[in-house]
Ligand binder design. Structure first.
Ligand SMILES: [Zn+2]
Length: 374
């Protein structure tokens, strides 16, 4: 029964919207640039504090990518070639900033201060050359940053959490971690990660400033504007779309369901989307219809499930848009994590080019242009 339901669901999400005879594969990977776990030692400490990490594969494995993490990922992407002679490419949805913990500490943690992620990388032991590797990956068509937010943090909620002295939040702060998930401690009742979710009108104003500033940082850092964006925790609304439109964003990556915060702070409304759908401004929605998230569940055969989803997408003449978060490719906290997943990822890529010799690896911004007929 479960299987049948899943089968119907994967078919249903592919029915409406834009169609193509081209076999396009997009790999969308979120969270690049954001701190999650800061070191293997801090992970050990968190267990001692009683944080429930069983269901949170992010805090157990995810972190800024080290030099060797990036090298291993790029080497895997390079093992295949599509019908245009191009390697596989990752759309690296990037968080542009992290808290500047040291400066905040000096000021008594009352005010949020941030630094560009390129500065955060310099504080890490195996990351000094990470950003030059990003640039190399970009130049070689392996790694294409798009905008995921200035920070992956609901700043006002976090500041409130920090005011409680002996909390997990405060202790995590002391170890330069902010990304404590819902469900891991009773201290958190609303997500700290949903940066653009609002409790009141000042959150609304704050997110507007952060998005505009973040898009400016993006252009300054990478030398081009982000044509698409993906909201933290799939949470954004029409006002945010408008603001991003004014700042050059023409495509909205997402899942089937968007969580749209209401202007008065009274929660979210769910809105469903399909690939190729447009809003009033002409911005194009694209919807992820395949998943490769092996970190989430090591017991599942992700290669065959993902291949099935790609097959379904192609049968409906849809691009296959694969969701695969950064966490899958990080070994800095737990080397087994990336070793295992990269092996499977390589196998997936190999089977894709073998099964569909006419496949094209495309990044999210390019897909948006293709849909727009450019
Ligand atoms: Zn994210």
């Amino acid at each position: 029964m479960q299987k049948l339901k899943r089968l119907i669901r994967t078919n249903l999400i592919n029915i409406p919207g834009w169609r193509t005879r081209r076999r396009i594969v997009v790999i969308e990977s979120d969270d690049w640039g954001a701190i999650r776990q800061s070191s293997p030692d801090v992970l050990k400490k968190m267990k001692q504090w009683g944080v429930d990490l069983r269901h949170d594969h992010y805090i157990r494995n995810d972190a800024l990518a080290s030099e060797s993490d990036l090298e291993a990922l790029f080497n895997t992407l390079k093992t295949v070639q599509d019908s245009n002679g191009r390697p596989a490419a990752i759309t690296a949805n990037t968080i542009m900033a992290n808290p500047d913990f040291e400066k905040m500490e000096q000021e008594g943690k009352h005010r949020y201060i941030y630094e560009p992620f390129t500065e955060t990388l310099k504080r890490y032991p195996r990351h000094k050359k990470s950003f030059s590797l990003w640039k190399e990956g970009m130049k070689n068509g392996l790694f294409r940053p798009q905008f995921h937010g200035r920070e992956h943090l609901q700043v006002n909620r976090w500041l409130k959490g920090l005011s409680l002295k002996k909390s997990v939040i405060s202790r995590a702060f002391n170890h330069h971690v902010y990304g404590i998930s819902l469900g891991t401690t009773r201290e958190i009742s609303k997500s700290y990660m949903a940066a653009w979710e609002w409790d009141n009108s000042s959150d609304r104003d704050y997110s507007f400033d952060a998005i505009e500033d973040g898009l400016r940082m993006f252009e300054e850092t990478f030398g081009y504007r982000s044509l698409t964006a993906i909201a933290p925790n799939y949470t954004w609304n029409a006002e945010i779309e408008q603001l991003m439109f004014r700042n050059g964003v023409k495509g909205l990556q997402g899942g089937v369901v968007q969580r749209a915060p209401r202007a008065n702070g009274s929660g979210n409304t769910n809105i469903r989307h399909y690939t190729g759908q447009r809003n009033k401004l002409g911005q194009i929605y694209t919807v992820r219809n395949c998943r490769f998230e092996p970190s989430e569940n090591p017991d599942k055969d992700w290669v065959s499930s993902c291949l099935k989803e790609i097959n379904t997408a192609f049968r409906w003449r849809k691009p296959a848009i694969i969701e695969s978060h950064r966490v899958n490719f990080i070994g800095y906290i737990n080397p087994e994590n990336s070793d295992r997943n990269l092996k499977m990822f390589g196998e997936l890529l190999e089977k894709i080019v073998k099964t569909w010799p006419d496949v094209e690896f495309v990044t999210s911004d390019r897909l948006c242009e293709i849909i727009a007929g450019e």
